[in-house]
Every structure is written in structure tokens, then in C-alpha cells.
Ligand binder design. Structure first.
Ligand code: CP3
Length: 333
């Protein structure tokens, strides 16, 4: 069993395995090199040879315990035929939603649009580099995908006042997302994903009273589905205040924490395995400081099943030497 699965399944506390969100990405010159020649981000995600090569890039440099597949949570709206492009220095821009077209779409159409993602997963899983490491598949949570689909770009800090105005549209999309997210999860697992992480990057935008409808209930349905396939599921509800309530209601196998929560409080109150937490900006400071902060997390979770990771994705301006230093610090602990 891979070290990460030992933490999740056997609740082992001796080893602190490590992987990093966005470990395959722009801070690596070898990624930027491929990206320069492939200006269409979606097409790059749909190229199994390049997507698997990019996925493995960080594993060739650093002693990481998992490969997270190079893809994007927005491949799901792409699969639902919503237009999407990634603009440089701006992020994703989505087209209008055509509810009639989305409602008509069936499983075969959807899978036909994104099957290269599954091919990339199977290439990664079958590569000897990932032996004894976990291959992680992922999806966006229904709420976060809804935000992108309706808002049509990143919401930055706050939702527009009229976000909830079309109740019919919102509830239809949530049901459609639930159906196709399950299809997407199943195909990733069938092609070699051994863990699923659910990214709810915009959970923190919601008022408490909206959490049950938009976060807890739709995410619980996915968590139950992944568990029914005998695969562990990690949830990352970025920006929420009450991790206790989230864990009690959504019941993930692992909770991934963001950098704004107090890890000490988490270690005292949360009984399930924990992942992540450290602020990605620490990697932009000095080695000594990086070591101190990494050790702070490792000390706090010394007797807890813990997977080292950051509290959000590694920043593009990070020096790969700092990443190397971080991985070594965790491995030497
Ligand atoms: O290494 C990995 O973690 C795997 C690949 C991965 C990407 N996106 C590749 C990517 C994963 C797991 C994601 C998840 C994702 N995508 C999330 C959830 C996590 C989070 O960051 O909160 C979200 C919200 C997205 C949507 C998305 N994709 C945005 C808003 C952007 C633009 C902003 C940015 O960081 O550039 C992307 C683009 C994206 N996804 C890049 C990568 C490597 C950068 C593409 C590039 O310009 O080269």
C-alpha cells in the first residue's frame, strides 16, 4: 500500500507523506516550455501524452508520494459543451449556458469529449515512476463548478448580488452536475485513480445559511458515491469557518485544510486524517523560515494521521529549489 493510503486507511501516524496542490504547473521551467508550444490550455489537457508527461514532471524532480493528474476542474463544464478559454494573466472565461443543450447531453457525448483525460490517467498509473505512489484523480465540487458556470469567470472575492436570481437554472445545473460528476469520477477510477480529491475552492463565499443546500448536501452525495466504489475521498472546502460541522455532515475520509485555519485547533477537534495547511507564500521566503513553518505543521500533527500539503496551490513564482527543500524537510522529519 502506498504511504498516503496507509495514512488514510490504516490511520498510520509514523510517516508524513507529501504531495503538493498544483505540483505540476507554472513554477516548473519544463512545464512552461511545453506550455509555450501549447497555447490552448484545454487542448493540452486533452493530449494524453503531454498531460501524463506534465503530471510526472514533479515526480522526476522531487520525492513526492502522489501524482495528481494534470487536468482542470473546468474540464467538466467543457464536457457539458459550455464554451471555455483560459486567458493569459486573467484565468478562465466561460460562455453562456445553454440549458436545453446541456439537458439533452448524454453520458456517451460527455465521455467522448473528455476521454483523453482518462487515457492520461491510465498512462500515469501504468508508468513505473508511480509505483508505490498514489495516483490522485479530482473533481470540482458542485458549488464551485456552479460558481464558474454562472459567473463565467473567477468570482475573486465576492458573488454578484444577482447570482441566485434564477432559482430554476441553479437547481437544474446542480442536478446535472451531480450526474456528470459521478460519471467523471467513475471513469477516473476505472482508469487508475486511487484517491479522489474534491476541490471546493469557493465554499468560503457562501453565508452559513446557504452551506447545507449548496455545499453539504451535493458534496455528501459525491462522497458517498466515491466511498461506494471503495476509493478514499479527500475534501478541500477552502475558506469555510466550521471544519467540524463540515466533517460531521459531509464525512470525507480526509479533510484538506486551507492556510487561514488554525492547525492547532484542527488537530484537537478533528478526528479524521488531515491534509495540507501551510501557506504557499512561505515558499517565497527564506529556507530557514520554510523549515520552521513546515516543522510547525509536522509537530502539531505528530500524533495525527497527516498528509503534508499546502493550504492552496503552489504559486507560479515559487523557486523549484524551495520546493525541493520543502520535500526534503518533510522526508527528513
Ligand atoms: O498539479 C495539479 O494540482 C493538477 C492540476 C490542476 C490544475 N487545476 C491545473 C491548472 C488542478 C487540480 C486544478 C484545479 C483547479 N482548477 C481549481 C481548484 C483548486 C484551486 O486552485 O482553487 C480551480 C479553481 C481551477 C480553475 C482554474 N484553472 C483557474 C481559476 C485557472 C487560472 C488561474 C491560474 O492559476 O492560472 C486555471 C488554470 C490552470 N489549471 C493552470 C494549471 C497548471 C495554469 C495554466 C497556465 O496558464 O499554464
Amino acid at each position: 500500500m502506498s504511504p498516503i493510503n496507509q495514512v488514510i486507511i490504516n490511520k498510520e501516524t509514523k510517516n508524513k507523506p507529501i504531495w503538493i496542490m498544483r505540483q505540476a504547473g507554472r513554477y516548473l521551467p519544463e512545464f512552461r516550455e511545453i506550455r509555450k508550444q501549447n497555447t490552448d490550455f484545454i487542448k493540452l489537457c486533452l493530449n494524453p501524452n503531454l498531460a501524463s508527461e506534465i503530471t510526472l514532471q514533479p515526480l522526476k524532480r522531487f520525492e513526492l508520494d502522489a501524482a495528481i493528474i494534470f487536468s482542470d476542474i473546468l474540464m467538466l463544464p467543457y464536457g457539458l459543451k459550455q464554451k471555455i478559454e483560459f486567458k493569459k494573466n486573467f484565468g478562465p472565461i466561460l460562455g453562456d449556458i445553454n440549458l436545453n443543450e446541456i439537458s439533452k447531453l448524454d453520458e456517451i457525448d460527455f465521455v467522448e469529449r473528455i476521454y483523453p483525460v482518462y487515457k492520461a490517467i491510465s498512462l500515469v498509473r501504468n508508468n513505473p515512476i508511480t509505483k508505490n505512489k498514489s495516483t490522485i484523480g479530482f473533481v470540482g465540487a458542485p458549488w464551485t463548478l456552479l460558481v464558474y458556470m454562472i459567473n463565467k469567470q473567477s468570482p475573486k472575492i465576492k458573488l454578484k448580488d444577482d447570482f441566485f436570481k434564477d432559482d430554476f437554472l441553479i437547481n437544474r445545473i446542480l442536478l446535472i452536475l451531480e450526474k456528470f460528476l459521478k460519471i467523471h469520477i467513475k471513469n477516473q477510477i476505472d482508469n487508475g485513480a486511487e484517491i479522489i480529491q474534491i476541490f471546493d475552492s469557493w465554499a468560503g463565499l457562501l453565508d452559513e445559511k446557504h452551506l447545507p443546500n449548496y455545499v453539504y448536501i451535493p458534496t455528501l452525495s459525491l462522497v458517498e458515491y466515491v466511498k461506494s466504489l471503495n476509493i478514499p475521498v479527500i475534501c478541500f472546502p477552502r475558506g469555510i469557518k466550521n471544519y467540524n460541522e463540515y466533517c460531521n455532515l459531509v464525512k470525507p475520509d480526509v479533510i484538506c485544510i486551507d492556510y487561514e485555519v488554525d492547525p492547532l485547533k484542527i488537530s484537537k477537534n478533528i478526528k479524521i486524517p488531515v491534509q495540507g495547511g501551510m501557506d504557499p507564500k512561505i515558499l517565497l521566503t527564506e529556507k530557514e523560515n520554510l523549515k520552521k513553518e513546515a516543522k510547525r505543521y509536522l509537530d502539531i500533527f505528530k500524533d495525527h494521521p497527516y498528509i503534508f500539503n499546502l493550504g492552496h496551490g503552489i504559486l507560479p513564482e515559487t523557486d523549484p529549489n524551495m520546493m525541493d527543500y520543502l520535500v526534503k524537510t518533510v522526508k527528513d522529519y
